[in-house]
Write a protein that binds this ligand. Structure first.
Ligand code: NI
Length: 153
């Protein structure tokens, strides 16, 4: 495993659309392993492959209830109820803002073997799913923010 460099918001790669994963091979597994290590080293709750410069639909997450690997993830359902909470992004260090996200979502994604798995997330985990899946379409939370927060550092 190896740490990968996390790109920051000035990098135009973050605005590009990631491509579907077709091959579930060692190259994908190495990417997933490196992303896991990189996310934990940066103390993040989620990381999309585009954030390490790889335009593939791959996400890793850990919202405090265990590690997840999502390949070709899609939101399959979401609540009408909305939450307004703070979020941040490893590609936009030191900044936080309030976004409007569904209270819960369901997501289907493939695992590293290509098997489809269904997930549900509420509250923080729903925000995390939405945020990371947006990255795959070149969207940053700052595009949707309703209020940036003042942070003392
Ligand atoms: Ni992010």
């Amino acid at each position: 495993m190896a740490l990968r460099k996390v790109v920051t918001k000035e990098d135009p790669v973050l605005r590009r659309t990631s491509r579907k994963v077709e091959k579930f091979d060692k190259r994908l597994w190495d990417l997933l392993d490196d992303m896991k290590q990189t996310m934990y080293a940066a103390d993040g709750a989620g990381l999309a492959a585009v954030q390490v410069g790889v335009l593939r639909r791959v996400v890793v997450m850990d919202c405090g209830d265990g590690f997840l690997e999502l390949v070709n993830p899609e939101i399959t359902d979401k609540s009408e109820e909305i939450q307004e909470e703070a979020e941040g992004c490893l590609s936009i260090p030191g900044e936080y803002g309030i976004t409007r996200r569904p209270k819960w979502v369901t997501v289907k994604a493939q695992n590293r073997e290509g098997k489809w798995v269904l997930y549900k997330g509420e509250n923080l985990k729903a925000r995390c799913f939405c945020h990371e899946l947006d990255h795959l379409d070149g969207i940053l939370y700052t595009d949707k923010v309703i209020k940036m927060l003042e942070v003392d550092d």
